[in-house]
Design a protein around this ligand. Sequence first.
Ligand code: ADP
Ligand code: MG
Length: 279
Amino acid sequence: MQDDIIILDRLSHSYKTVGNEEIEALTDVSLRIKKGEAIAIIGANGSGKSTLAKHLNALLLPTGGSCTVCGLDVKDAKNTWNIRQQVGMVFQNPDNQIVAALVEEDVAFGPENIGIPSAEIKERVERSLSVVRMQDYRRQAPHMLSGGQKQRVAIAGVLALEPVCMVLDEVTAMLDPIGKKEVLSAVLELNKNKGITVIYITHFMQEAVLFDRVAVMDAGRLVKIGTPQEIFSQVDEITALGLEVPLAAEVSWGLAQKGVKISTVISNEELAAALCQYF
Ligand code: ADP
Ligand code: MG
């Protein structure tokens, strides 16, 4: 369908080690992501999340099945440039993503590389920095910023390329609680306000509940996909995959196991409302 910005059809990926051994990191992953959607991907360490992410802008190519982005097959080398214009990637460590001595230069770096005229670069830098609320830091040195601020600069750098889709791979993992919040809200805002399709890999279930859909990876396979409510109400199954569920789900499910009449809820507000009836 035209609406589907990403189509994975039985995508598989095997890495070859130096000893020529094959490690199958992704097996038969089929997934469609609609334009404008915000989707979280969760899964234990080593379940294949980053391998999947790297296919979305042709950093890795399928060894089986296919990956189509904005109608372009990633395997076709003449699509690579185009795909990388459309899909921006942000990674875990902000320090590895900052290249310039000033925040504004850092954000300008990407657009400069693709030959955007300098007047337009200025505008893009302003716009991108204001989306992530870092415009007041434009003349600062990135190494003076907090982790959350650096990560927002990294996001602005990708935004300045005006991608239709952004892939964020555990971008809050190295941040303190405030930094996590700032980055997550910047990401959700650029989905809501700019209509950018977001694929957000995370270890934090409290973050995943805020997305339209949650995809669950296990040992290279996509084992579940659904709304946060659908996914996190399967408390025993999610826990069996070595993952946590949001606190509200754990508590409501635990109470139900003990005979309390309560359905499994995923937000603290719903939990509070459900518990209030008992007081
Ligand atoms: P996740 O991001 O969910 O932690 P990864 O996609 O990084 O998972 O890894 C999936 C599997 O692929 C793991 O078993 C990992 O060890 C393996 N792997 C990842 N990158 C490489 C690589 N460059 N070479 C060989 N094996 C790799
Ligand atoms: Mg990873």
